[in-house]
Design a protein around this ligand. Structure first.
Ligand SMILES: Nc1nc2c(c(=O)[nH]1)N[C@H]1C(S)=C(S)[C@@H](COP(=O)(O)OP(=O)(O)OC[C@H]3O[C@@H](n4cnc5c(=O)[nH]c(N)nc54)[C@H](O)[C@@H]3O)O[C@H]1N2
Ligand SMILES: Nc1nc2c(c(=O)[nH]1)N[C@H]1C(S)=C(S)[C@@H](COP(=O)(O)OP(=O)(O)OC[C@H]3O[C@@H](n4cnc5c(=O)[nH]c(N)nc54)[C@H](O)[C@@H]3O)O[C@H]1N2
Ligand SMILES: [Mo]
Length: 741
């Protein structure tokens, strides 16, 4: 299977040519507007419909994101919607067994338990919500209001904590608020692309097509890849740094030092638009290239070549993803990429941009609307006037809205559930029994009899097996809503067909809960006064007004045009004025090495960006005699996450039906392992058995894809997270391997 298709080369400054991708199993009677769902690229897609069935998809040629192209998972993945094992009725647990029931009974149980908890000691503190980056904007906003103004609990987060919490944290730290500075059109203009821990070829295939098309045209951009594996991106790049896992920050500090030493600095930009240069210079001065080469196990010449590529580019585009976000010192390393762009004045003009990428299709909305615990509209929990704005908008007491401490992050929510202070855990659109680190622990928590577990999903999953109530959801193609991609492009996805059986849109489930709980505002009116996607969207538009992610002008009507629309315009910060003003910013900042929150009094933001730096420290779980290898985990092009969709579609499943382990030939030989042999992989927490793939990975490093529930990579991973973003370290644990005797 060729996931990238035919090249349509183009030169710098030209518009990316259209390509008309389409896949149908029967001729559609009509096409319904939507966008891609199995990654964060936000490709404009039409759903082909016949009767009440989805029969195919096509890329929308007029869309700014994909210009007609389809990702391979989108091409086939829709077929999962119609699989016969969809959840079609609610389930409740009786006498240890799950049995089917009606909505009244299922919701009744949740409401009864909720009321008991509210009346008892602990109140709102007993509730935890663990949601996703895959529902729609309207659903997240509604859930956020239920949590913050209905129940008043700070214990709400998304699996976005596992995914792009570091993107948000790095953007807030450098620029004042979340929100992507760059644009995909920067690919059309740049003369260099740096991919920091981002296997874009396999994870945002359409964005990669755009990069490859520039590389195939006149004046192609140079390319740098930083990844311990020989990924398709690394093979294409002009410079590949096969970095030792967990040492990104040391590399970044070394590269920043080289920018300063060589004078690859836009002095005017730095002095007008940034603060913190002196401290940055002090920190990075301790990273001469020989020192960095030792820490990262790279050659000095390679690092110098990378620095030259970065330092001499006139239009530099960077993308950052999980090789940074899920590794050691995640936020500090991602912030260092922002520093690089600030030093070089590489922001806010065509071709000069940073994409602190997202992963899930709607992760941006989880963060914007507050379903990740943050206050909606990128408001600052520590700024009383931001909290007051929300109290007025929702017409509730300021004291109801949790703002006495930062919101509870997902890893802490799970810890509270483990310790017993959280007694109701409502899981929507995520499958933690496969995707969380250290699965033996997660199963223990989910199995605690005191914990009331609600699972809202479209299929039975490894997680729903532990549920007390299972709620069957409608999904993409069966419900209407908006969502926003990694470069701030908003799309509308409209209902194409009816959901199976009694399955309901997630929005309707949350609205039903709010109605049954009878949440009221200060004047006794219903707190949640919207009733459908469009009225929910209108409520969100009001909430976002005046904030960086202002949706006021992006109406459903306008979203029905040819292309998705970006909030904030094509690029942010075109005038070099950042969102750091103390009365406007989303955070007063955190200390980069410890995560300690800075008090308001110490924040002096005035529209200039912050250059923030800290030193490298070794990662927590270093290889030892017992566990001598470093395990990194990640993705493969045809599978999505825990495979509830891609595993049910033959065209995708057969491409990668089971897990494997990638080993360097020397490591394989040292253990007497040949390609295809079964390998037992053990960490301090668990063990799996998977076949070997001997290939181009760093010596001493092994890779296992995390998609598979059986022999899951997360049996091995550890519970540890970045101190600033609280994102878990999925890409770093010590293991040993054994060939079968
Ligand atoms: N096919 C497919 N596409 C997807 C998804 C999917 O499941 N399948 N999921 C979507 C989601 S939610 C996300 S978050 C994105 C993730 O997209 P990516 O971040 O591109 O994917 P990963 O494979 O998790 O990790 C990227 C790379 O990080 C490298 N890496 C590991 N450790 C280090 C390190 O210490 N330093 C550096 N520099 N690199 C390191 C790995 O070798 C890996 O190649 O993909 C999205 N797109
Ligand atoms: N070891 C390791 N672990 C990782 C990662 C890694 O790189 N390595 N990556 C992490 C990252 S970046 C991510 S994003 C997570 C992903 O991890 P998860 O979010 O747990 O994975 P998914 O399989 O996407 O789970 C989504 C669930 O939502 C259901 N669903 C789909 N559509 C709908 C809908 O419309 N409504 C509802 N209610 N449910 C729906 C699906 O059936 C599925 O069960 O995994 C993380 N875990
Ligand atoms: Mo993700």
């Amino acid at each position: 299977m060729d996931p990238w298709g035919a090249r349509t080369p183009y030169a710098a400054g030209e518009q990316w040519p259209e390509r008309h991708d389409e896949y149908t199993t029967e001729p559609p009677e009509r096409w319904v507007r939507s966008a891609s769902l199995l990654h964060s690229n936000g490709d404009g897609i039409d759903i082909g419909v016949r009767g009440n069935r989805i029969v195919g998809v096509r890329g929308r040629a007029g869309d700014r994101v994909n210009r007609g192209r389809l990702d391979v998972k989108d091409r086939y993945g829709w077929q999962a919607n119609a699989r016969p094992d969809r959840l079609t009725r609610p389930l409740v647990r009786d006498g240890g067994e799950l049995r089917e029931c009606g909505w009244d009974e299922a919701m009744g149980r949740i409401v009864e338990r909720s009321r008991q908890l509210i009346a008892g000691p602990g109140g709102w503190g007993r509730f935890g919500f663990y949601t996703t980056g895959q529902l729609f904007l309207e659903e997240f906003y509604t859930l956020g209001v239920i949590g913050k103004a209905g129940l008043g609990t700070p214990h709400m987060d998304g699996n976005t904590r596992l995914c792009t919490a570091t993107s948000a944290a790095a953007l807030k730290a450098s620029f004042g608020t979340d929100g992507q500075p760059g644009s995909y059109t920067d690919v059309d203009h740049c003369d260099a692309i740096a991919l920091w821990g981002h296997n874009v070829a396999e994870t945002q295939t359409v964005l990669w097509m755009r990069m490859l098309d520039r590389r195939a045209g006149a004046n192609p951009p140079a390319m740098l890849a930083v990844d311990p594996r020989a990924t398709p991106v690394a093979l294409e790049a002009d410079v590949h740094l096969p970095i030792r896992p967990g040492t990104n920050l040391a590399l970044m500090n070394g590269l920043l030092r080289l920018m300063l030493r060589h004078g690859w600095v836009d002095k005017e930009y730095v002095s007008r638009h940034t603060v913190g240069l002196e401290k940055l210079e002090q920190v990075v001065d301790a990273y001469p290239v020989e020192h960095v080469a030792r820490i990262c196990d790279l050659k000095t010449a390679e690092i110098e070549r990378a620095a030259e590529l970065l330092g001499t580019a006139e239009r530099l585009l960077s993308t950052v993803l999980q090789g940074f976000y899920q590794s050691h010192q995640a936020t500090a390393a991602a912030v260092a990429v922002n520093n690089l762009h600030l030093l070089r004045g590489m922001l806010g003009r065509p071709g000069a941009g940073v994409l602190q990428m997202n992963g899930q299709p709607t992760a941006q909305n989880t963060r914007e609307t507050g379903a990740d615990g943050d206050l909606p509209g990128f408001r600052n929990w520590d700024n009383p006037s931001h909290v007051r704005e929300l109290a007025e908008l929702w017409n509730v007491d300021m004291a109801t809205i949790p703002h006495w401490a930062p919101p509870t992050h997902a890893m802490q929510i799970w810890r509270y559930a483990e310790q017993g202070s959280i007694e109701l855990l409502w899981i929507s659109g995520t499958n933690p029994a496969v995707s969380m680190p250290d699965l033996a622990r997660i199963r223990r928590i989910l199995a605690r009899p005191e914990l009331f577990v609600v699972v809202q999903d479209i299929f039975p999953t490894e997680t729903s097996e532990f549920a007390d109530v299972v709620l069957p959801a409608a999904t993409w193609g069966e419900k209407t809503g908006a969502f926003t991609n990694a470069d701030r492009t908003v799309h509308l996805s409209e209902k194409a067909v009816d959901p199976p059986g009694e399955a309901r849109a997630d929005l309707d489930i949350f609205l039903d809960y709010a109605a049954r709980m009878d949440f009221r505002d200060r004047d006794g009116r219903p707190l949640i006064h919207w009733t459908d996607p469009e009225s929910a969207y209108a409520a969100w538009q009001r909430c976002s007004a005046g904030r960086p992610c202002d949706y006021t002008d992006i109406t459903y009507d306008k979203l029905r045009g040819d292309s998705g629309l970006q909030w904030g315009g094509e690029r942010l910060y075109t005038d070099g004025v950042f969102n750091t003003r103390s009365d406007y910013c989303e955070t007063y900042g955190q200390e980069l090495s410890t995560g300690a929150e800075r008090p308001a009094a110490e924040h002096h933001g005035d529209g200039r960006a912050f250059l923030l730096a800290t030193g490298y420290s070794p990662a927590p779980e270093a290889p030892s005699d017992d566990f001598p290898l470093r395990l990194v985990t990640g993705r493969t092009v045809t599978q999505f996450h825990t495979r509830t969709k891609t595993g049910r579609v033959p065209e995708l499943d057969r491409e990668a039906p089971g897990p494997w382990i990638e080993l360097h030939p020397d490591d394989a030989a040292a253990h007497g392992i040949h390609d295809g042999d079964p390998v037992r992989v053990e960490s301090a927490r668990g063990a799996i058995e998977v076949p070997a793939r001997v290939c181009g990975i760093r010596r001493g490093v092994v890779f296992v894809p995390f998609h598979y529930a059986a022999e899951a990579a997360n049996e091995l991973t550890l519970t540890a997270w970045d101190p600033v973003s609280k994102q878990p370290l999925f890409k770093l644990c010590a293991v040993r391997v054994r060939g079968k005797v």
